[in-house]
Design a protein around this ligand. Structure first.
Ligand code: MG
Length: 374
């Protein structure tokens, strides 16, 4: 491994863990964070949580688990290229979606609406809550006791109001500072991953077509390149050869533009990074193309009537569960009943947010289907 840049985050100069722990020989603090995340139960549940397609719709669609692995892979590649700390990027990438509700954004929006009078629900904050409070497996503390740098990266955005309640990781939102470059890399690796895999899953599902995608310049350019080089190529091979070129183009552009930004801003240390505006970025032209791709996906995939039907069903399930548990917290499992004593709505939200897609559907049947056993 080449030497880390002076402005990379480093375990030796970490702002530390909330509860001090002895250092280990053989694993740095960011590796240790990553290992704790992988061994958490919230991480295992990502396998059965979805982004766009509900888990039972097909075995080949991305889940939040495979999405998180793709984010980590893309993020590590970028980090290595920019001499940033790969282990930190990986830890942030693997944890970034831990707080997601079942059924993707439809689930989150529904839960947020239910929680309107009780501080709302935001998946980013919930990811932090999972690693800070909800995982219960260590003798000496709640949560995973991760380093400040991993927690800072997990909290991608946050309102000023919420930031005031979060202590150290909330401060940057009040002071207008940036997070580490590793956090910025994980954030953009997330965008690269989901835009590209949603194209892939969208095509696989048949909800969008190759013909429609030719209106997206980024896709059209690389599809034409593949077809020129391999005139007879079709089907999955054509799709994959096009998407891999798109990912490569985005990663290359991001590394070049970010390098130029870093040179221009010239931060000497990670604190210099925090004081500067965000430096990890696409070039203006790639940014435009990326936005066009997002607009295409929103219009043709995320708002496809078949996706809308699933989203509406998902929202109904979440609302029903919330209403039933609020009406009678005696329906909650024992540990959540004790949590409900400290705050009923938040305990219900924590319980629902932790559910996988299929578990939420099962709970809904248990509570509402007369013929179902509980
Ligand atoms: Mg994500």
């Amino acid at each position: 491994m080449t030497e880390l840049a002076s402005y990379a985050a480093k375990p030796e100069t970490s702002h530390g863990r909330r509860y001090a722990e002895p250092t280990l020989i053989g694993r740095n603090e960011f590796q240790r964070d990553r290992d704790r995340i992988i061994h958490s139960s919230a991480f295992r549940r990502l396998e059965y949580k979805t982004q766009v397609f509900v888990n039972h719709e097909g075995d080949l669609f991305r889940t939040r688990l495979t999405h998180s692995l793709e984010v980590a892979q893309i993020g590590r590649g970028i980090a290595r290229n920019l001499n940033l700390h790969e282990d930190l990027v990986e830890a942030i990438a693997l944890a970034h979606d831990l707080g997601h509700t079942p059924f993707g954004h439809a689930g989150q929006d529904a839960l947020n609406a239910c929680m309107k009078e009780h501080g709302g629900f935001e998946h980013n904050l919930q990811s932090l809550r999972v690693v800070d409070e909800l995982e219960q497996k260590y003798a000496e503390f709640d949560g995973l006791n991760l380093t400040f740098e991993t927690r800072e990266g997990i909290l991608k955005h946050c309102s000023r109001e919420n930031a005031k309640t979060l202590g150290d990781v909330g401060e940057r939102f009040l002071k207008g500072e940036s997070p580490s470059l590793e956090a910025q890399v994980a954030n953009l690796a997330d965008e690269i991953a989901y835009n590209n895999h949603d194209v892939d899953d969208g095509l696989r599902s048949g909800l969008i077509t190759l013909e429609q995608l030719t209106e997206v310049s980024l896709f059209a350019r690389y599809m034409a390149e593949v077809q020129t080089r391999y005139p007879d190529i079709a089907g999955r091979r054509l799709i994959h050869e096009t998407i891999r070129r798109m990912i490569n183009a985005q990663v290359t552009d991001l590394c070049q533009q970010s390098t130029a930004n870093i040179v221009a801003s010239n931060p000497k240390t990670v604190d210099g990074v925090r004081a500067a505006k965000p430096l990890i970025a696409f070039s203006p032209s790639m940014q435009q193309e990326q936005l066009a791709l997002k607009r295409f996906l929103r219009k043709n995939l995320y708002q496809h009537y078949k996706v809308n039907r699933m989203s509406s069903k998902a929202a109904r399930i979440v609302r029903d569960l919330y209403a039933a548990f609020i009406e009678d917290t005696g329906l909650l499992p024992d540990d959540f009943q004790s949590m409900a004593k400290a705050g009923q709505a938040r305990a219900v939200a924590d319980y629902i947010a932790g559910m996988t897609d299929r578990y939420a559907m099962l709970e809904h049947r248990r509570l509402f289907a007369v013929e179902e056993n509980t």
